[in-house]
Design a protein around this ligand. Sequence first.
Ligand SMILES: [Zn+2]
Length: 748
Amino acid sequence: MRLLPLAVLPLVTLVSATPTSAQTSPGATGTASAREARLLAIPSPDNMREAMRRLSARPHHVGSAFGRESAEWILARFREWGWDARIETFDVLFPTPKERLVEMIAPRRFRLALEEPVVAGDATSGQKAEQLPTYNAYSIDGDATGPLVYVNYGLPEDYEELERLGLSVKGAIVLARYGRSWRGIKPKVAAEHGAVGCLIYSDPRDDGYFGGDVFPKGPMRPKDGVQRGSVMDFPSSSPGDPLTPGVGATKEAKRLAVSEAPSLTRIPVLPISYGDAQPLLEALEGPLAPEGWRGALAVPYHVGPGSARVRLKVAFNWDVKPVHDVVARIPGAERPDEWIVRGNHHDAWVNGAEDPVSGLVPLLEEARALGLLLKEGWKPKRTIVYCAWDGEEPMLLGSTEWAEAHAEELRQKAVAYVNTDGNGRGYLGMQGSHTLEHFMNGVARNVEDPEARVSVWTRARARAIADAASAEKRQEIRGREDLRLSALGSGSDYTAFIDHLGVASLNLGFGGEDEGGIYHSIYDDFYWYEHFSDTDFVYGRALAQTVGLAVLRLADAELLPFEFRGLASTTQEYLKDLKGLLEGKQEEIAERNRQIEEGVFQATLDPRRPTVAPAKEDVPPHLNFAPLENAVAALQRGADRYAKARARLEGRAVPPDALGRVNALLVRSERLLLSPEGLPRRPWFKHLLYAPGVYAGYGAKTMPGAREAIELKRYSEADGEIARIARALEDVAALADRAAAELEAAAG
Ligand SMILES: [Zn+2]
């Protein structure tokens, strides 16, 4: 809190919180200011329940009537709470099914149902007229017939295993199960191996009866439940509207033809239930699937094909539809050109109580709370921008188009982006930019867990210790002041902010105590959420408190709470991982070559279950990690110097112009981690530390240019990528030094 108004005394102190013992929750360390305590007291579970009932009352996918109504309703709430709010609309390609057919042709003929039945007692499951059928968005149109092959999760290593079994999927339709990768990777890898069609099913081992009773008796996926979802190949190109890559999909934007869109699949794809998948699996012959491939259906899992043949036919309406982003602002009183941006999407595949409404209703309670503070006389120093995104499900359409349309302004003004996307009961998950790691740990220490009555930080740390895979890992957690943030991959609306614009980002949410199997089905609805998830909405309140507090502190801090020790420590870990990855590959390939030379594969061959020996491969070369080692060391020095300078100023006055310069440097720090040219073969993705994996999808690849050069055996690219990451880290180290020098001078 500032001691005196700027006009009176041109010096401000760095203490931002006045200790008030009354607000400290029992397990929380540190204290919250009176204003923060007021904010923490506002979010109401009852309001969240009623807002969820309203926002999940009908299906609200892109282009739907209720989606439009929901955007208007959210807009009216923001205005009622004193925000300056509007709807920004973009026009995006959004295909919906015209025809869906899956037919077994041999050994016997039948059609799959492709239908999720109404559940008695669950009122919204019967809204058939408004529900989108089960499908994968951005599959191309197609009519393919071929032998059926089971490919496990459909990852590159699964195809290597198939090769060892002597099987090819050329000309085949593959049956892959959901899980282990983002779904769009499955048709992409299948097409690369020559498959002509791809079916994706939910095995009960992964989110069905293996995990508990199925809906409506329990939370797990019922026999005919289907996971809808996008299969747009965004990791290799870009998310957002496929017709306007890199620019906002405004009315006047230049558009590609659908046939030119780079991110559509190359083969037709359709998701199916395990009820529909079972007779297909039963019809498969050929070798028995490796043990790790077998699911929980009562069938022997063969890989195929034998006589099994399938026809897959899909056709879509390739319509351009509007997405309605609700964007609301509270102008900053002192630094209006520094923006704290916060978002959660409002569109769903169907009713979407869990995804996304359980994350959206805390956002609305935060907005109401900030509105109340406004009415009570508070004015944030910085501008706060709250966004309810449309079109997240098809592939981050609303957030990407908004970020692209406002790219220049965001590059100049955006300080941080805070995302949520759903919420549940349990432990706080924190992903994000490591310059915000220490800050976020501080926030989590000041919010109380509604079940354990310790801070959400204490509980998350306890979970991390209990789950740690090794003594070394436990020791690391115990020895560190802060919990590490996980790296951001993709799969939610932070993607354009962090990966394309270099805005420091956070993604937050509670979970881990309840299982569920209703993801992207008609059963993700109010009935399910009220019976099986955060039924009393106390974790909704905890999320609103956590994010609300983060936003308030970012908006009101004199000196932005960025620092560099978390980043230095994390890049040190990433460097270690990278070296370990290379050494592991070298050893694995050398050993395999040796076994090939020794004749191990021939000598162990079982003639009744023949396998094909792998081919010899070149052992990966040694790479030059020295530039990265030097850069990480420089970053560590800069980080320590900045931390020391920052600590010396705690509670002391800093001239506002120096403060302004340091804040500007801190905002720029994440931008320096971008490369203007972007990652190899995917220039939209510009961040050199975090990216979604080309063959992982949502999973993060850290130091992606170098890592994927090793993983994908593009060794000639690796040294150049290592040097590029090193240069960016050297730049951040220099920035930390400059910021430290400013603070040192200010301290006198
Ligand atoms: Zn979502």
